[in-house]
Design a protein around this ligand. Structure first.
Ligand SMILES: C[S@@+](CC[C@H](N)C(=O)[O-])C[C@H]1O[C@@H](n2cnc3c(N)ncnc32)[C@H](O)[C@@H]1O
Length: 157
């Protein structure tokens, strides 16, 4: 396991724009098929928030072995994970995303399930990147294709 100092050093040269370019533009962010990692991740997130379980089949190429927690409500689910009275969706008052990085895609399907979402990141450059997007500043990363795709998979047209 890395020490906090080693982790800090590893992140010192983190470049949000390069990270966004490498991970959240085509070919990874190709919304034409869930063979591509980004639409597959969005499907997994939508299903997890809606049902407490990840149902999306398979793992796209280029994705390493993933670890998934126990479904909410199961005996091994963490006690802080609450489910709706009908036992399906994950929901709560405040969702704290630790290590948001410069991205918001991971929070899109959470919006209807939490009253408040707090994005956090250790690095000022990532918080600044998110701030540019939140303020709609020129040059901010365009998350609109992600938002449209989530609306589509959640059946919102
Ligand atoms: C690989 S990025 C993930 C970014 C994004 N969530 C995604 O899905 O692409 C991990 C982020 O976690 C942040 N991080 C690492 N340790 C942290 C901590 N203890 N508290 C807050 N942020 C942390 C780093 O600064 C980095 O931006």
């Amino acid at each position: 396991m890395s020490s906090p100092a080693a982790l800090r050093e590893g992140y010192e040269h983190f470049d949000p724009r390069a990270y966004l370019r490498n991970n959240y533009l085509p070919p990874r962010a190709d919304f034409s098929s869930e063979e591509f990692v980004v639409p597959w991740k969005l499907r997994c997130l939508a299903e997890t928030f809606a049902s407490g379980e990840r149902k999306a089949a398979g793992t796209p190429s280029g994705v390493g072995k993933l670890r998934h927690g126990a479904p909410a409500g199961s005996s091994s689910a963490p006690p802080w994970l609450s489910r709706s009275p009908d036992g399906c969706e994950i929901r709560g008052r405040t969702l704290i995303d630790v290590g948001s990085g410069p991205t918001i895609y991971q929070l899109l399907s959470a919006c209807d399930h939490f009253e408040e979402i707090v994005a956090t990141d250790y690095l000022a450059v990532n918080r600044e990147e998110l701030g540019r997007w939140a303020r709609g500043e020129p040059g901010a990363f365009d998350w609109s294709p992600f938002i449209q795709h989530v609306c589509k998979i959640e059946g919102r047209g």
